[in-house]
Design a protein around this ligand. Sequence first.
Ligand code: HPA
Length: 271
Amino acid sequence: MYDKVVESAKYIGDKIGNFNPKIAVILGSGLGNLVDVLEDKEYINYEEIPNFPQSTVEGHEGRLVLGKLKGIDVLAMQGRFHYYEGYTMKEVTYPVYVMQQLGIEKLIVTNACGGINTDFNPGTLMLIKDFINLFGDNPLIGVNDKRFGTRFPDMSEPYKLELIDKAKLLADEIGIDYKEGVYAGCTGPYYETAAEIVAIGGQGADAVGMSTIPETIVANYLGIDVLGIACITNMATGIQKHKHSHEKVVEIAKKASADLCTWVAKIIENI
Ligand code: HPA
């Protein structure tokens, strides 16, 4: 895998010549607007990158966007790979390995998710304090290549406290409302059952989604600092009275996207 990652990174590196990004952002469903505020953009479709998995899901564009934000080089992933699409955990997290090879030091992960904490509403932005991995799988299982990281990585601070504190300060400064909470990740693709939500809430989760955790695990393993921001697009099953729809999830994410973009842009300028 190491050689494949090097090959992917080399292809990207050769294409982006003048860029030397240290910060990357993974944009969740309906949260792709951040790229609108980037300048001098270059796009690289996933399909043209050697060894990169391909995106299949509707509403998830699959490309890397390189751009500048107030002079800072940023690498954005517009569209991610989900476990429920049938990718292996290694495929889901492959781009994070490539990011590290490209010199990325900080990763901001975003997602759309369901709210379990009843203090939340659809549209709430939640800083992720910690995660609960309910995927029943883990991207680090398998032979460990020490060139990437240690066999038994620490996961006591999956979302870097320093980045969380900075994000809070900046949110207060620019008047963005946010909550904090624990994110539980399930495989999907069905929205959880009501009984599952009771169980997951009882375990200490404030929100539930189908992504983010694999990338967070691998970023930590690779020594990349992570900040996670979740957009609550609906209340989880049994808490909200109506049925879920992907269209509604994307609609709410798009509405919350403006605040999220302003916030993430400010964070990028200040970390
Ligand atoms: N559950 C899981 N994933 C989600 C949800 C949800 O309620 N909403 C958006 N993504």
